[in-house]
Design a protein around this ligand. Structure first.
Ligand code: WQD
Length: 353
C-alpha cells in the first residue's frame, strides 16, 4: 500500500461512502470526498471528523460537469478512487431512466477519463447484487451471467463492463467492482448512518421510523412466497463490514492489475419477519406490521456466495443481524435528538453552529 496514500471517494457523504471514508481515515489514508450532495447532507463531513479526529478534504463537484472533474484530478494527486456517487433508487430509475444513464454512466465516463488523463488508474466501484437479475440460482456466484431487471441495475452492469474494457485496453489499470447485497446498520458511534429523505423505500430504515414512532406500522410486501415464513429472504450486511471490504479491495488493487467482480455479503439470508423481530430485540419492544400485497420486481431470495471475497480480499463479514439493527436503532435515536436540538436552537434564535 506504500504508493497508495491519497484516496478520492466519490459520493463520500452518502450512506456507504461516509462509513468507508471514516474507515479509510482510521487506517491512515488521506481522503478527499468528491460529492454534489444531491442525495446526502454536508453535515456528514463534520460528523466523520468527530469520529476520526479529522474532517476529510471536500470537493463539491458533480461528475456530470466534465471540466470540473478534469480540473480536480489534474491537481488532486489521487492514488486511487472509490466510486460510490450515483443515483440508486430502483423505482425512480424506472420513471427517469435517462437521468440514471446520464448521471451514473455519463458521470463515470467523465471520472474514468479524468483519472486516466491524470495517471490515476486504480478504482474500486460500488456495484450491486441487483446485476444478478431474477434468473440465477441462489447463492449468487460472481461467474454467473448478469441480467439486471431495471435501469438502475443496468447502469451498474454497464459500468462493470466499462471497467473491464478499460483494464483490458491498458494493463496499468486495475479495477474491482464490489457487488453489495443489502447494506444496513450504522456506525456504532451513532454519528453517521442511513438517513434517507422522506418515507424510506428500503426495509430497515422503514422499520427504524416505525420504531421511533414516525411511521405507524411496517407493511410486509407479501407473505406468500416460497420461503420458510412466506416473506422474502435477503443477505443483509453491516455497513461497517462493507466499508472494511472496500479497504481490502484497495489493498488487492495495490498489488494486482486487471478487473475483478466480488460479492460483498454475509453468505446468510434473513426474512422480512426475521429482520423485524431482530429490530424488536434491538429496540426492546414489539413493532406493529401489516401484510400488504407483493411489491413489483421483488424476487423471493437473494444471498451471496462469499468464497471469492475470502480468497481474493481476505475479507468476510462479521456482524450479525441484531448488531446491525442495534446500531441502526442507536443512530436513529441520536439523529432524532440532533433534529430536536436544532429545532430548539432555531426556536430560541440561537445561530446554528
Ligand atoms: C428488502 C425486502 C421487500 C420495504 C434494494 C435494491 C438493491 C440495493 C438494496 C442499492 C424485500 C421487503 C421492504 C418495506 C417490505 N440498493 N420490504 N416492506 O429490494 O432487496 O434491494 O436495496 O444497491 O439494489 O434493489 O431491499 O430493503 O427495499 O427490501 O416488506 O417497507 O424487504 O419486499 O423483500 P431490496 P429493500
Amino acid at each position: 500500500m506504500g504508493n497508495m496514500k491519497h484516496i478520492v471517494v466519490t459520493g463520500g457523504a452518502g450512506f456507504i461512502g461516509s462509513h468507508t471514508v471514516a474507515a479509510l481515515q482510521q487506517e491512515g489514508f488521506a481522503v478527499t470526498v468528491l460529492d454534489n450532495f444531491s442525495n446526502s447532507d454536508p453535515s456528514v463531513i463534520g460528523r466523520i471528523g468527530q469520529i476520526t479526529g479529522q474532517c476529510p478534504a471536500l470537493a463539491e463537484i458533480d461528475l456530470r460537469d466534465r471540466d470540473a472533474v478534469f480540473s480536480f484530478f489534474r491537481e488532486a494527486g489521487a492514488d486511487a478512487v472509490i466510486h460510490f456517487a450515483g443515483f440508486k433508487a430502483v423505482g425512480e430509475s424506472c420513471l427517469h431512466p435517462l437521468d440514471y444513464f446520464h448521471n451514473n454512466i455519463g458521470g463515470t465516463v467523465n471520472l474514468l477519463a479524468a483519472m486516466d488523463a491524470a495517471g490515476c488508474k486504480r478504482i474500486v466501484f460500488s456495484s450491486s447484487a441487483t446485476v444478478y437479475g431474477d434468473k440465477n440460482p441462489v447463492p449468487f456466484v460472481e461467474t454467473m451471467p448478469t441480467g439486471a431487471a431495471n435501469p438502475y441495475g443496468r447502469t451498474k452492469r454497464v459500468i462493470e463492463e466499462m471497467l473491464s474494457d478499460m483494464t483490458a485496453s491498458d494493463p496499468a489499470w486495475s479495477a474491482a467492482a464490489l457487488r453489495y447485497f443489502n447494506p444496513v446498520g450504522a456506525h456504532p458511534s451513532g454519528l453517521i448512518g442511513e438517513n434517507p429523505n422522506g418515507i424510506p423505500d428500503n426495509l430497515v430504515p422503514y422499520i427504524a421510523k416505525v420504531a421511533c414512532g414516525e411511521l405507524e406500522a411496517l407493511r410486509v410486501f407479501g407473505n406468500d412466497y416460497d420461503t420458510p415464513d412466506g416473506t422474502c429472504l435477503r443477505d443483509y450486511i453491516h455497513v461497517c463490514d462493507l466499508a472494511k471490504g472496500h479497504i481490502c479491495a484497495m489493498r488487492y488493487l495495490a498489488e494486482h492489475t486487471g478487473f475483478e467482480t466480488v460479492n460483498l455479503g454475509t453468505g446468510r439470508s434473513a426474512s422480512v419477519l426475521e429482520v423485524l423481530h431482530a429490530y424488536e430485540t434491538a429496540c426492546g419492544r414489539k413493532l406493529p406490521y401489516v401484510i400488504a400485497p407483493r411489491r413489483p420486481g421483488d424476487i423471493p431470495r437473494m444471498q451471496a456466495d462469499v468464497r471469492k471475497a475470502k480468497r481474493l480480499l481476505h475479507w468476510s463479514a462479521e456482524s450479525d443481524l441484531v448488531t446491525m439493527c442495534r446500531d441502526s436503532w442507536h443512530f436513529t435515536i441520536m439523529q432524532k435528538e440532533r433534529r430536536e436540538s436544532h429545532a430548539v436552537h432555531r426556536h430560541q434564535g440561537v445561530s446554528e453552529g
